[in-house]
Write a protein that binds this ligand. Sequence first.
Ligand SMILES: *[C@@H]1O[C@H](CO)[C@@H](O)[C@H](O)[C@H]1NC(C)=O
Ligand SMILES: *[C@@H]1O[C@H](CO)[C@@H](O)[C@H](O)[C@H]1NC(C)=O
Ligand SMILES: *[C@@H]1O[C@H](CO)[C@@H](O)[C@H](O)[C@H]1NC(C)=O
Ligand SMILES: *[C@@H]1O[C@H](CO)[C@@H](O)[C@H](O)[C@H]1NC(C)=O
Ligand SMILES: *[C@@H]1O[C@H](CO)[C@@H](O)[C@H](O)[C@H]1NC(C)=O
Ligand SMILES: *[C@@H]1O[C@H](CO)[C@@H](O)[C@H](O)[C@H]1NC(C)=O
Ligand SMILES: *[C@@H]1O[C@H](CO)[C@@H](O)[C@H](O)[C@H]1NC(C)=O
Ligand SMILES: *[C@@H]1O[C@H](CO)[C@@H](O)[C@H](O)[C@H]1NC(C)=O
Ligand SMILES: *[C@@H]1O[C@H](CO)[C@@H](O)[C@H](O)[C@H]1NC(C)=O
Ligand SMILES: *[C@@H]1O[C@H](CO)[C@@H](O)[C@H](O)[C@H]1NC(C)=O
Ligand SMILES: *[C@@H]1O[C@H](CO)[C@@H](O)[C@H](O)[C@H]1NC(C)=O
Ligand SMILES: *[C@@H]1O[C@H](CO)[C@@H](O)[C@H](O)[C@H]1NC(C)=O
Length: 600
Amino acid sequence: MKSFLLLVLAALGCRAKTVTYDFNVTWVTANPDGLAERKVVGINGQWPLPLIEVDKGDQLVVNMHNGLGDRPCSIHWHGMFQNNTNYMDGASMVTQCPVPPGSSMTYNFTVNQNGTYWYHCHTDYCYPDGYRQALIVHDEHAPFKFDEEFTITMSDWYHEMVEDLSTDFMSVYNPTGAEPIPSAFLFNDTMNSSIPVEPNKTYLLRLVNIGAFVAQYFYIEGHTFKIVEIDGVYTEPTEADTLYIAVAQRYAILLTTKNQTDVNYAIVTVADSTLLDGIPEDLQLNNTNWLEYNKDAAHPQATINVTDSTELVPFDDITLVPTDKMELLPEPDMEINVTVIMNNLNTGFSYAFLNNISYTKPKVPSLYTAMSSGDLVANSEIYGEFTHPMILNHNDVVQIVVNNADGGSHPFHLHGHNFQVINRAPPYGPHFNDFLNGDPVPYDPSNHTAFPKFPARRDTFVLPPQGYVVLRFVADNPGVWIFHCHIDWHLASGLAMILIEAPQQMQERMQIPQDHLDVCQAAGVSSKGNAAADTTNFLDLKGQDAQPGWIPDGFTPRGIVALVFSILSAIIGIVSIVIYGMADVKPLMMFCLERGLHLN
Ligand SMILES: *[C@@H]1O[C@H](CO)[C@@H](O)[C@H](O)[C@H]1NC(C)=O
Ligand SMILES: *[C@@H]1O[C@H](CO)[C@@H](O)[C@H](O)[C@H]1NC(C)=O
Ligand SMILES: *[C@@H]1O[C@H](CO)[C@@H](O)[C@H](O)[C@H]1NC(C)=O
Ligand SMILES: *[C@@H]1O[C@H](CO)[C@@H](O)[C@H](O)[C@H]1NC(C)=O
Ligand SMILES: *[C@@H]1O[C@H](CO)[C@@H](O)[C@H](O)[C@H]1NC(C)=O
Ligand SMILES: *[C@@H]1O[C@H](CO)[C@@H](O)[C@H](O)[C@H]1NC(C)=O
Ligand SMILES: *[C@@H]1O[C@H](CO)[C@@H](O)[C@H](O)[C@H]1NC(C)=O
Ligand SMILES: *[C@@H]1O[C@H](CO)[C@@H](O)[C@H](O)[C@H]1NC(C)=O
Ligand SMILES: *[C@@H]1O[C@H](CO)[C@@H](O)[C@H](O)[C@H]1NC(C)=O
Ligand SMILES: *[C@@H]1O[C@H](CO)[C@@H](O)[C@H](O)[C@H]1NC(C)=O
Ligand SMILES: *[C@@H]1O[C@H](CO)[C@@H](O)[C@H](O)[C@H]1NC(C)=O
Ligand SMILES: *[C@@H]1O[C@H](CO)[C@@H](O)[C@H](O)[C@H]1NC(C)=O
């Protein structure tokens, strides 16, 4: 299954090898929380999925066969820059066509980065069904020492298939866009596990939140640790006791064990319950696993001294200093200023927007539009307005200001880069939810705290409720990169935009591999043309897929939501049922919504 081919780079005297995996993606069953056996996406008949491990400099080749039979898929290599290999990024309808059942695609790229990454399906909603796992890049020149290392994933887990959850999520019966509530929270794809350790040793723990929705707090009773890496960026070792790990984020920490073998300690994960619209009674928000010094000693449950996750005070990642001391980038050549909004469109469903655009897939993957557009490549119109394209000039310093007009926090991820995080308000800690008490507070360039001299860099960063973040990076990686909220429900409801970075260089430097083009043919998706798949006139967008229309004037979307919601809450109040599982009130809600839409 896994073969190694050694290439000797005589000139440099160093070795880089090719690491090859053959992935046959099929359905299997699993029961990781012991509560419900369900169908999950397996690889070569296995779940949990194989952990991918490479050394820095290696060529990673993954031959993926879609054996699911009933749906398309792809793989995104989260955090990998794909420098000159944008077409290997795995985002369906951005950099490739979805791989249909029975087809195969080879991902092949050089890994010139360090640290902790992960891979996951990036075609519609496909990773919450289990299609996700860690990807580790070992680096013999890492600037810290340890005796042994462990990789630990954490994730939310649903008992239902995404296809069922998503039809309830994007529906008239869910006008507020309440995200499906997970059934459980997993620790390395299981629960109640023990990690055996020896006394007086230093361990490198690689922590990855591979969930679809919920961030988790992490701490180990009786221990502190040192953060040494975030999202593949080494940091000056920094002492911490509690982390807040949003979906898609990674932390590597050094943990020195105690000089004893009498007691085992609880490793505690606590789900961020502020993200949940309702908490079913049987949902276990916090979980205990163990740092096991002695397998014969007791394995006590954690003593949790707080009643709500928001009382935990996590380390603020914006204060971390990268080991490479990359300085604050200069004033931007290009600024993108977007605001997160949740609203309803005339389908009655709830959508997510950056400014007034809810990302809607084009008919041709945007990279393929770029590659087939000739001289029009730098004209944003050809990508269609509903992909929310932004053209970035090669090597420009780009600043993205993300304001949050929504009351939830959002982990934003940029493909192809990590970014400097130069401002965030409110900060992690006791004041994180403060802006919820008033109107949203947008970033004000004339009134902000000082930017750090050596800003933290990572590829996924949390936007606070009703607050803002300011990010900077250099457009030095030609390609089409999607910038999106990593809560999979929000990506599906449109919280995304695409950056068309260095379009001319993209055309000059890249060539789409034939097997990727063959996938389009098998999928019946055009690999040429503008967002409307027009190959003759790239400026004619007739027939492009558009977001649904706005709700007519005179009845505001908020009004509909308020109406539906107040009736709903009244019903819920009366019969005192939990919001979760609204099936019984569907007919009434339908009635309300129709009335609401026809009132004027
Ligand atoms: C993938 O696995 C399925 C189920 O085991 C098998 O039927 C199929 O032949 C395999 N396909 C490939 C390409 O290995
Ligand atoms: C984990 O432990 C809890 C409490 O002892 C138990 O209820 C649950 O079934 C266990 N889950 C698994 C997957 O072992
Ligand atoms: C992977 O890419 C490298 C570099 O372009 C190339 O030399 C190699 O043949 C490719 N391998 C496969 C299996 O496609
Ligand atoms: C977590 O799971 C992965 C994949 O199954 C495994 O390789 C790894 O060793 C596990 N980590 C621990 C600490 O057991
Ligand atoms: C702990 O480890 C250090 C270095 O590995 C060693 O010098 C020391 O003697 C050890 N202490 C105990 C109590 O084992
Ligand atoms: C990656 O590791 C090398 C040392 O192997 C280091 O020089 C470089 O700064 C690291 N990159 C990042 C982003 O931390
Ligand atoms: C373990 O013992 C060594 C040597 O006595 C000491 O240097 C070290 O700090 C101790 N470690 C802990 C975690 O107490
Ligand atoms: C921990 O879990 C218990 C049982 O699910 C719950 O009652 C409690 O509120 C949780 N505590 C936190 C801080 O989430
Ligand atoms: C919780 O309280 C207990 C008892 O006071 C204490 O031993 C423990 O360290 C506390 N846990 C945390 C995480 O503060
Ligand atoms: C960004 O847009 C928001 C909302 O339109 C506005 O309030 C803010 O002033 C703008 N900021 C900048 C830096 O342009
Ligand atoms: C500047 O920002 C601070 C912190 O957000 C805020 O309290 C203050 O009111 C702002 N001042 C002005 C003049 O807007
Ligand atoms: C991509 O590679 C070029 C050199 O070919 C380098 O200048 C640039 O910094 C790289 N960008 C990223 C994001 O790795």
